[in-house]
Design a protein. Structure first.
Length: 257
């Protein structure tokens, strides 16, 4: 689960620094509640899977998986905030969580299994949120909760018909879009970023087509350059930087150094 941690840690670091509204303070010092963000995103994931029994609902698995990718962003952020090294060695669950996973697989299937697995993720994330707020346990408990969440995230990727490679390809895509937005005035007053790229189609929709298709290399650079090419067309050929000349690449390279 964490085999690409070294690749994506600098990217997530830059994203968090840019989203930080507390100027002059390292984003880690804000002690953001990443676990709460995870269970909120998990609830949104369930809405895409469909869980209501009082009406017919269709499962939109790709949209659900995109929510899992957002969860991955928050999970990586929580890991980075601990300041601990060695996460790339891999994640393993506690006996309790491992047992819960096996029982869920035995007793449910299909959409029910996905929703039950999301419930497990929400349970662990909510527990971790409370433990961090109470500060009644040591760092070991928090770190193990994060490992448990990592294993459940991996299980959910498989249940969505994806692989770990897919999870990181989609992460590369979504993080590239977020970086591209920041580089082009998104969330800046009068920044002028255009979010709707075609009638009824936002940049997120264009990204999903890139991820599901073969239009570009599924790497940060590949996604970023494809986004830049399309956005340049939308802006009538106005200068839009490719990855090699982007502000994001400069920031990420600085953090790697």
């Amino acid at each position: 689960m964490t085999h690409n941690f070294q690749t994506f840690a600098p990217i997530q670091d830059v994203l968090n620094a840019r989203a930080n509204k507390n100027d002059g303070v390292d984003w880690r010092e804000n002690h953001n509640n990443w676990s709460r963000a995870i269970f909120q995103e998990a609830a949104e994931m369930q809405n895409h899977v469909g869980w209501t029994w009082w009406r017919n609902n269709e499962a939109f698995i790709n949209r659900a998986f995109m929510e899992l990718v957002d969860i991955q962003h928050f999970w990586l952020s929580a890991i980075l905030q601990t300041g601990k090294k060695g996460w790339e060695d891999g994640a393993s669950a506690t006996e309790v969580t491992g047992h819960s996973i096996q029982r869920l697989k035995k007793n449910s299937s299909g959409k029910d299994l996905i929703n039950n697995m999301i419930d497990l993720l929400i349970e662990i994330a909510a527990k971790n949120s409370v433990e961090m707020a109470c500060r009644s346990t040591g760092d070991y408990r928090v770190e193990q909760n994060l490992l448990d969440m990592g294993v459940v995230i991996q299980e959910l990727a498989v249940l969505c018909g994806k692989t770990n490679a897919d999870l990181y390809a989609w992460y590369a895509g979504k993080s590239s879009l977020n970086l591209f937005r920041y580089d082009n005035g998104y969330k800046v007053k009068d920044g002028g970023y255009i979010k709707e790229w075609a009638p009824g189609e936002e940049d997120n929709d264009f990204l999903e087509k890139l991820i599901l298709g073969a239009g570009c290399e599924h790497t940060t650079e590949g996604f970023y350059n494809a986004l830049a090419e399309k956005y340049s067309e939308i802006k009538g050929g106005a200068g839009v930087s490719k990855w090699r000349d982007s502000q994001s690449k400069v920031l990420i390279d600085t953090r790697k150094a």
